[in-house]
Design a protein around this ligand. Structure first.
Ligand code: ATP
Length: 371
């Protein structure tokens, strides 16, 4: 035993030691041992105080940003992961505590990934019972005729995140439409948003950079989306089962390194994104409607495709399809790489004629960077 540990003579305790002992208590209740340090304030707080502070913080975000109106039907995108599970709990709790008057539903997309989504869906089913929220599960198989396992079998591990991201985004909208909800909320948190800001800067994607920090998006579309955890730093994320987007992975690591040196770095990146202004002279992509499925998509994502090969050349016309339809068409025709790639801003789009007469926008694959 060292002299210091063995010294029980209280009179000789130095003032520093007394302060150190005091600091070992939660700085809110001053009673319990702290369980964590809040990245935003660096305060050391106990578990119980953390729950209180966290819930009230989310309540403040909801109220200050007027995320909901009484009587609205809200779908919670429930993946069974930690963020959306916490979101389901907090929203149902706040709805009850503060009388928001919301009708809450859980909406899960089953991508068809054996040993991964089937497990997390079990969590969502438990949440359905625990929180008393009705659950709707919508599967890729039902919507698109393909599971992710089948897609990966055809395309391999390299480009599958493009399919998963594009299909999931649309599946969430379709599920929300089936539930007849007014809004969809997701568990995207501050880390996700900071990552996306950084990636959109690295890609020079001005349109997405302009909208990726908004707490509510898609207000001009069928189902607006809200991110009540926009300012919440929840912790380390675990990559998806199928190969994660490596580029995003590097951005994530970079942000986590910054956070280790300066815990506010994540919130500062978000603030930079929020304060970013697009020059009036910048040409922005407009909204369009997919001529195949009727789904709203930005012109940036709508692809021109000449798919009716049985027409004579003079009768051929260009169809504007959303990215999900282009990807699906590629899969169904046994040419899954047809739709891979992304447009790189309105001024840099370049259509290329492919061997089978199909046109697509020439670009590099990088997964989806919209929420
Ligand atoms: N299969 C799914 N079904 C329903 N919602 C989903 C699904 N996948 C993602 N989401 C929604 O999108 C949010 C972000 O998902 P993402 O996979 O990028 O992050 P995550 O940190 O792993 O989230 P979570 O911890 O909730 O799984 C989730 O919090 C959830 O609201």
């Amino acid at each position: 035993m060292s002299g210091e540990e063995g010294n029980d003579n209280k009179e000789t305790s130095s003032p520093q030691k007394t302060t150190a002992k005091k600091q070992q208590l939660c700085c809110i209740c001053n009673q319990k041992r702290p369980a964590l340090k809040r990245p935003k304030t660096l305060e050391q707080i106990c578990k119980e105080c953390f729950y209180d502070v966290f819930e009230e913080e989310i309540h403040r975000v909801i109220v200050e940003n007027r995320l909901f109106k009484a009587g609205e039907r809200i779908a919670i995108g429930a993946s069974g992961g930690k963020d959306s599970t916490v979101l389901a709990y907090v929203l149902s709790e706040l709805n009850r505590r503060h009388n928001y008057g919301l009708d809450l539903f859980l909406l899960s997309i089953d991508e068809g990934i054996t040993g991964y989504r089937d497990d997390s869906l079990e969590t969502v089913k438990r949440n359905e019972i625990q929180y008393g929220l009705p659950l709707k599960v919508v599967s890729y198989k039902d919507l698109y005729g393909w599971t992710m396992d089948e897609i990966v079998k055809m395309i391999g591990l390299k480009n599958n995140c493009t399919f998963c991201g594009v299909f999931r985004r649309q599946a969430l909208d379709r599920g929300a439409t089936l539930l007849k909800v007014d809004k969809l909320v997701t568990g995207h948190n501050a880390d996700d948003i900071a990552e996306t800001v950084l990636l959109n800067i690295l890609r020079g994607d001005i349109a997405r950079l302009g909208r990726c920090t908004a707490i509510t998006t898609g207000e001009d579309g069928p189902i607006p989306r809200c991110k009540p955890f926009k300012y919440t730093i929840l912790g380390v994320r675990i990559a998806g089962i199928y190969s994660p987007n490596a580029y995003r992975g590097f951005a994530r690591e970079f942000i986590k390194d910054l956070e280790r040196m300066r815990p506010r770095a994540i919130l500062d990146i978000i603030r930079s994104g929020e304060n970013f202004r697009i020059a009036v002279s910048t040409k922005m992509p407009e909204q369009g409607i997919c001529e195949r499925c009727g789904y709203i998509s930005s012109q940036d994502d709508l692809r021109s495709t000449c798919c009716l090969n049985h027409f004579s050349n003079s009768m051929k016309r260009e169809w504007k399809w959303c990215k999900a339809c282009v990807l699906l068409d590629g899969l169904n025709r046994g040419l899954p790489k047809l739709g891979i790639g992304r447009s790189r801003g309105v001024n840099r789009q370049k259509e290329v004629e492919q061997t089978n007469g199909t046109k697509s926008i020439e670009s590099k694959q990088c997964g989806t960077l919209d929420f």
